[in-house]
Design a protein around this ligand. Structure first.
Ligand code: CP
Length: 356
């Protein structure tokens, strides 16, 4: 088998596979790769590398930022997988399809609705001695590790620190894979705590309850904010209700429903399980508070706050950071750690052991 991978990790499957030092190195690489302007700055670090986006679930941010990251690093993208234009339409299995793409690419960025499916695809490729690296772009309600990397990067940019942060987790903590990865990543830092505010009983599963985790009803959120010491560093991590996963539990044949019926069910579930973070909430938080959301959003953040210039509101910056973070992930997994850290860019205040 060809020896590849970053610091012994062959594929990027779970944030929990990273040590604190590895997370810091990844974030540091993202900082080096955060370009000063939007236009025309392209690197050639991954020239000759090919990425195949394989999304069995929809995506706006993850797929496009991975593709943009590959282009920004000098590599190329194959056209994204579409079941109807692939041989899956003729009955080819998902695994055979992944195996096929792996013959032509260096990176497979895979999103799939089944928990642990991406890991299973990667294991099968390893058994074949295939050289492609697999990146988990979200496996059902399980994990979304590169989202957690960009969430941590955003926290780092906002607070210059990842230690001592209090994470307030709002919304769908049961099916929300970004919450799961965030908890598994953030807990690698010191003095971090998590408090959950689920809607409609969508509580965090026991395996993600870390660092003295406790939960409150979402109706107690405002009152809880007022109890926080003014000197706390607080992340309000709002998430949408994963209505499609709830719908599949409620309706056996949900995937066969027409688009109109799906839209009706979405609106019904959003109406039933809704909450909103408002400017009034932010007004009673400690000075160092940032509001994050992995997006897409439902009604959790209204337009006037989402598009405001209020400093505490970070989801658009967070979304933008997906680009340098995914450039870093591709670069490091492409074996280019040395080349990245040779780039002429200031290192921000990460501990020395994270710098190479
Ligand atoms: N945050 C996130 O995963 O967004 P997309 O579903 O648009 O990729």
């Amino acid at each position: 088998m060809v020896e590849i991978g970053w610091r012994g990790h062959r594929h990027l499957l779970s944030i929990d596979d990273f040590s604190r030092e590895e997370l810091e190195a990844m974030l540091n690489a993202a900082n080096v790769l955060t370009l000063d302007s939007d236009e025309g700055q392209k690197l050639d670090i991954l020239k000759g590398f090919i990425l195949k986006p394989v999304f069995f679930e929809p995506s706006s941010r993850t797929q496009n930022s991975f593709e943009a990251a590959m282009l920004s690093m000098g590599g190329s993208n194959l056209s994204p997988h579409l079941t109807i234009t692939s041989s899956m339409e003729k009955g080819e299995t998902e695994q055979d399809t992944i195996t096929t793409y792996a013959q032509y690419s260096d990176f497979l960025v895979v999103r799939h609705p089944r928990p642990n499916s991406v890991r299973e695809f990667a294991i099968t490729l390893d058994k074949q001695g295939n050289r492609a690296r697999v990146i988990n772009a979200g496996d059902g309600s399980n994990e979304h590790p590169t989202q957690a990397l960009l969430d941590l990067y955003t926290v780092m940019k906002e607070f210059k620190e990842l230690d001592g942060v209090t994470y307030l987790l709002l919304g769908d903590l049961k099916y929300g894979r970004t919450v799961h990865s965030l908890v598994l990543g953030a807990r690698k830092f010191d003095g971090v705590s998590f408090v959950g505010f689920p809607v409609g009983g969508l509580s965090l599963s026991p395996q993600y309850r870390q660092n003295g985790y406790n939960e409150h009803d979402i109706s107690d959120f405002r009152q809880f904010l007022e109890t926080l010491p003014r000197t706390s560093r607080v992340v309000i991590y709002a998430t949408r209700v994963q209505w499609e996963r709830i719908a599949r539990e409620r309706y056996e044949n949900f995937d066969q429903f027409d688009e109109k019926e799906k839209a009706r069910i979405r609106s019904e579930i959003y109406k039933e399980l809704n909450y909103q973070v408002t400017a009034e909430h932010l007004a009673v938080t400690p000075d160092l508070t940032t509001l994050l959301h992995p997006l897409p959003r439902g009604s959790e953040i209204a337009d006037e706050l989402f598009y405001s210039n209020q400093l505490q509101v970070a989801p658009i910056r967070q979304m933008r950071y997906g680009l340098p973070v995914r450039m870093a992930a591709l670069g490091l997994y492409g074996g280019k750690e040395k080349e990245i850290f040779e780039l002429p860019k200031g290192i921000f205040n990460l501990p020395a052991h994270a710098q190479v």
